[in-house]
Design a protein around this ligand. Structure first.
Ligand code: FAD
Length: 464
């Protein structure tokens, strides 16, 4: 009875949770002390992919996952479903951190990761509504068109061709996504639209079948070398893995490791065929435009628009609370933006509103690694680009833990350490000022058509 009531609560987390076929009743919590080879905190994509590849590499390995709520509770179950080749640090920044060849290798690894997710989903029978339709990014002001051209030039400088990303004329862009005011855009084939909660819950089933023990409703109170401490017992293991992303500051010792920044989404009711005739998105490419304060969307398999964006406030002390998922002002702004993009949606009912925390590291660069002296592994700081990156992280952690020397363990994000965020109130002031500036810059660019200098300055200040 209690579990079914919880299942109803979890279904209300997002459109995705509300539309998984099965109930979301949590599995058993950790029953007491346990010995394992690898103990993972967090059953989002990072934790589940790590468990998946460990179990595939060595079926005898004892892998335990402790999740405070249910698998897919966090960002992994709630996101925009862009399984993309986007990595939060640019190619130029990756080249500065390492060198040009390794930056290129990172991007190629991201391209391959999109297909890896699709192949595993197909091979394991996970019906996550996979559609590899690429991404169309619209330019809807002269300033956005300049950014589209700059993105293409950066890709060309690193040897990527039209096959990876190309500039679109206004008519080409409009034929893909029939939005208003389109001046051009970019298109990359390296993205698939997915139903993220189906992927997370499907992965849960697969890892359980492979022998991984996943304990739900089991908050980890402390992550220490060789053990995870919970209220109902301690898991001892040679390797422990932190896979907690936006929730990381809740663990003792990690308060300043990443800043939880909220991304919020809405979903329409299924739209009539007449609306899709004008909107397009045939083949289900994911879409957005090139404004500073990111917006993103996908046409769902059941014919809705799921649409999201940033702009919700960062909360003092890196606090994460369920109530922060609901910000009426941001939902209203998302609705306005969606209607402005696609006037054909104007009469559609918005059936779902939700949000969740993403993990932002101080230098905006995701990382994965294993500290051999403590046995503690980690992956995260994906900003808003974790749906595929978590898969690369899981494979990399499996290689690092099993001591497998591979190409992916030499990628530039492996072992990278982002600096801590500033203490409060500086963190709060800096992040919220950044969000305000991005929004002002978008308004200024919409008015003048010229690129905003203040946005460029703020981007550099925040390390984005
Ligand atoms: C609204 C939204 C839209 C997004 N859109 C996209 C997108 O379209 N494409 C994209 O690539 N990325 C997107 N992202 C980001 C992406 O979802 C994340 O980067 C990715 O899911 C991170 O996976 P994760 O497993 O590391 O973290 P999470 O999925 O957040 O999982 C962390 C898990 O750890 C658990 N946990 C935390 N602390 C503890 C503890 N102490 N004890 C036990 N368990 C704990 C949490 O309950 C949670 O289940 C979006 C995110 C949001 C919120």
């Amino acid at each position: 009875m209690y579990r079914m009531a919880l299942s109803d609560q979890y279904r209300s987390l997002s459109f995705w949770h509300d539309s998984v076929p099965e109930a979301l009743a949590p599995g058993d919590p950790l029953p007491g002390d346990l010995e394992a080879d690898v103990a993972i905190v967090g059953a989002g994509f990072t934790g589940l992919w790590t468990a998946y590849y460990l179990a595939r590499r060595d079926p005898t390995m004892r892998v335990v996952v402790c999740e405070q709520e249910i698998a897919g509770y966090g960002a992994s179950g709630r996101n925009g479903g862009w399984c993309s080749a986007l990595f939060p640090a640019s190619l130029a920044k990756l080249a500065r951190m390492s060198d040009r060849d390794r930056a290129i290798a990172m991007q190629r690894a991201m391209h391959a990761t999109v297909d890896e997710v699709g192949s595993v989903a197909a091979a394991e029978g996970i019906d996550c509504h996979w559609a590899k339709g690429g991404t169309v990014m619209l330019a809807r002001s002269p300033a956005q068109l300049e950014r589209a051209k700059a993105e293409i030039s950066e890709a060309r400088e690193f040897g990527f061709t039209d096959d990876d990303m190309r500039l679109l004329s206004a008519s080409e862009a409009e034929s893909m996504a029939g939005a208003s005011g389109v001046l051009g855009g970019t298109y990359t084939p390296h993205c698939a639209a997915v139903h993220p909660a189906r992927l997370a819950r499907g992965l849960l089933d697969v890892v359980r079948l492979a022998g991984v023990q996943v304990y739900e409703q089991t908050p980890v109170l402390e992550l220490l070398p060789g053990r995870l401490v919970t209220a109902s017992g301690t898991v001892r293991a040679q390797h422990v893995v932190r896979a907690t992303e936006g929730y990381t500051p809740g663990l003792p010792g990690y308060r300043r490791a990443v800043a939880p920044v909220y991304s919020l989404m809405i979903a329409t009711e299924p739209l009539p065929e007449a609306a899709w005739e004008s909107i397009g998105l045939a083949g289900r490419p994911t879409f957005g435009d090139l404004r500073h304060l990111i917006i993103y969307g996908q046409r769902t398999a059941d014919g809705r628009l799921a649409f999201g964006g940033r702009g919700a406030p960062y909360h003092f002390g890196s606090s994460v609370q369920p109530s922060y998922d609901q910000v009426p002002g941001v939902f209203a702004a998302l609705r306005r933006t969606l209607y402005e993009l696609f006037p054909a949606v104007r009469d559609a009912e918005i059936t779902h509103h939700w949000g969740g925390p993403i993990g932002v590291p101080r230098d905006w660069c995701a990382s994965v690694g294993l500290d051999r002296s403590t046995g503690i592994g980690w992956a995260g700081g994906y900003v808003g680009d974790g749906v595929s990156t978590t898969n690369l992280a899981g494979r990399t952690l499996a290689d690092l833990i099993t001591g497998t020397d591979s190409e992916i363990t030499r990628l530039p994000w492996v072992g990278h350490r982002s600096p801590d965020w500033e203490p409060e109130p500086l963190r709060w002031l800096g992040l919220n000022a950044g969000l305000q500036v991005m929004s002002l810059a978008d308004r200024e660019e919409a008015r003048t058509g010229r690129p905003s200098k203040v946005a460029a300055f703020m981007g550099r200040f925040l390390g984005a």
